[in-house]
Ligand binder design. Structure first.
Ligand SMILES: Cc1cc2nc3c(=O)[nH]c(=O)nc-3n(C[C@H](O)[C@H](O)[C@H](O)COP(=O)(O)OP(=O)(O)OC[C@H]3O[C@@H](n4cnc5c(N)ncnc54)[C@H](O)[C@@H]3O)c2cc1C
Length: 465
């Protein structure tokens, strides 16, 4: 891996050549660059790109990468900038390659249940266009202004992963540009493939370090006829978590199973000014359920209620209107901005085997006490993905590295790992050696070198310095 001083700066001549490739209107070298120097991570320092370049297509991206590769200029791909780990921040300067102009939906193929979009299409626009054609794309991370290319680059997860999986389970193929400037396609509109290495799956989740994603082909399904929510309060988190395997063992497959502490809901209520039902208990499960009809849902709800009440649920709440359902889902979507508003120091999305969630949260609370930092816990109970939010002030910042190290060690000791969906980016890269042996990290670095021998693509990310 190069050290920062081995890269070159953009010269006026290189800037002129970049402007020729993308058009002078589509390059920022002064004003406006600051909008590309932050994302949604709580990272205090921002990093300024030397130039923001906005290509229109894969051909222009290939020309930019060729120029950067020959001149050893770092290139940081950027989607919508909603990432939570500073992955799209140009820590070494150079070019920020914004995908915002690759914003066309290329095809919605009703016969093959697939859609192909350029990387800069927002998830929101993609889902809407697919629904207008009568099909459905189930990916549902909390922020739908993210680009589909960013979702693929981070392997985004979200609240429907129990039934539909995460982004990698929904991506069928990609068009990508390699750092050499070569354009390749991986996968396609088919569902099976045993033809040599699966490059689609290697590039999904590679956080812009292997290739620039320019097109994504995704798998679609028929829209679910009926979607309902169950909101279940408990007097302890361990009782709530204990219900999850019991529900799944009964052959019930909710779309998502979210857990949350009461303190979080109170904060959200205060932040949004919207009342949340059933407050006053310790922990909650929110189950998102799909069924063929409302009658089927009622039968499902009865079975789930039986299981949960037997295992300690204090009550069962079924929102009885579309707006009551929407309010509950919106409350869940507001966790991230609520924490931001309440002194969020970090966002952690460790994963553990789902039966260990309660033990892990208990351990995290003890770690928080050791450092005098309040930590709120919520997450995707159905897939073991625990979201932790240390809250505090500037005075707590020096303790964060040790706090995170202790938390990650606890997750790993329980059979888990660092991140379930947000990635490592810049923020979390220093913790990788806790989760991966030197041999494994060296193998990953060799893969990186095979794609990007001069390490121009998103340097300073994923791998510790
Ligand atoms: C309120 C809120 C809620 C969220 N909820 C969730 C959630 O539930 N689940 C979840 O998984 N995430 C969640 N996120 C995080 C974020 O939305 C996802 O990580 C998303 O996938 C990032 O997409 P983006 O387009 O914003 O990418 P960016 O933030 O711009 O970039 C993220 C990374 O991907 C790389 N990248 C982006 N585009 C490309 C490309 N075309 N080619 C190559 N590399 C690229 C960047 O270099 C960077 O490393 C949430 C964020 C917010 C603010």
């Amino acid at each position: 891996m190069n050290n920062p001083s081995s890269y070159n700066k953009l010269t006026p001549d290189l800037i002129a050549r970049l402007a020729e490739i993308v058009g002078p209107k589509n390059i920022l070298v002064d004003e406006g660059k600051e909008n590309y120097a932050r994302d949604e991570s709580p990272l205090a320092t921002t990093a300024m790109p030397e130039a923001v370049v906005k290509p229109q297509d894969a051909r222009q991206i290939a020309a930019v990468l060729k120029l950067a590769d020959r001149n050893l200029i770092p290139v940081t791909p950027r989607g919508a900038g909603t990432g939570l780990t500073a992955g799209s921040l140009p820590v070494l300067g150079g070019i920020t390659l914004s995908l915002e102009r690759l914003n066309k939906i290329l095809e919605i193929d009703l016969a093959n249940f697939s859609a192909t979009a350029e990387a800069g299409v927002t998830l929101n626009d993609l889902c809407q266009a697919i629904e207008e054609k009568g099909l459905y794309f189930p990916l549902y991370p909390g922020e739908k202004s993210a680009f589909i290319g960013g979702n693929a680059a981070t392997n985004a997860g979200g609240m429907r992963a129990v039934k539909y999986g995460v982004t990698r389970n929904l991506v069928l193929g990609l068009e990508v540009v390699l750092p050499s400037g070569d354009i390749i396609r991986t996968g396609g509109k088919y569902f099976k493939c045993s033809t040599a290495y699966d490059l689609t799956q290697l590039i999904v989740g590679s956080e812009g370090t292997l290739a620039v994603i320019t097109e994504v082909t995704v798998k679609l399904i028929s829209p679910p006829p009926n979607r309902e929510i169950l909101f279940i309060p408990f007097n302890s988190l361990s009782e709530a978590i204990g219900c999850v395997p019991a529900i799944l063992r009964e052959g019930i497959l909710p779309v998502g199973i979210e857990f949350m502490e009461e303190g979080i809901l109170r904060m959200v209520e205060q932040f949004t000014g919207k009342e949340i039902p059933m407050l006053g208990y310790c922990a909650y499960l929110m189950l998102i359920l799909e069924s063929e009809s409302y009658d089927d849902f009622c039968k499902l709800a009865e079975r789930i209620s039986g299981i949960c009440l037997k295992l300690g649920a204090a009550d069962i709440f079924v929102p009885n209107s579309e707006s009551a359902k929407r309010n509950l889902l919106e409350a869940r979507e507001k966790f991230q901005p609520t924490f931001k508003h309440n002194g969020m120091l970090e966002t952690i999305d460790a994963v553990v085997p789902r039966s260990r969630i309660a033990d892990f949260v208990q351990k995290v609370k003890e770690i928080g006490q050791k450092y005098g930092i309040r930590i709120m816990a919520s997450g995707h109970a159905g897939d073991g993905n625990v979201h932790l939010h240390p809250l505090g002030t500037e005075a707590n910042v020096p303790a964060l590295k040790d706090l995170l190290t202790d938390i990650y060690k606890a997750a790993i000791e329980m059979g888990g790992t660092l991140s379930g969906e947000h990635g490592l980016g810049f923020d979390k890269k220093k913790y990788l050696p806790l989760a991966a042996s030197p041999e494994k990290i060296e193998l990953m670095k060799r893969i990186k070198r095979a794609f990007d021998p001069h390490n121009i693509l998103n340097p300073g990310k994923v791998f510790p310095d």
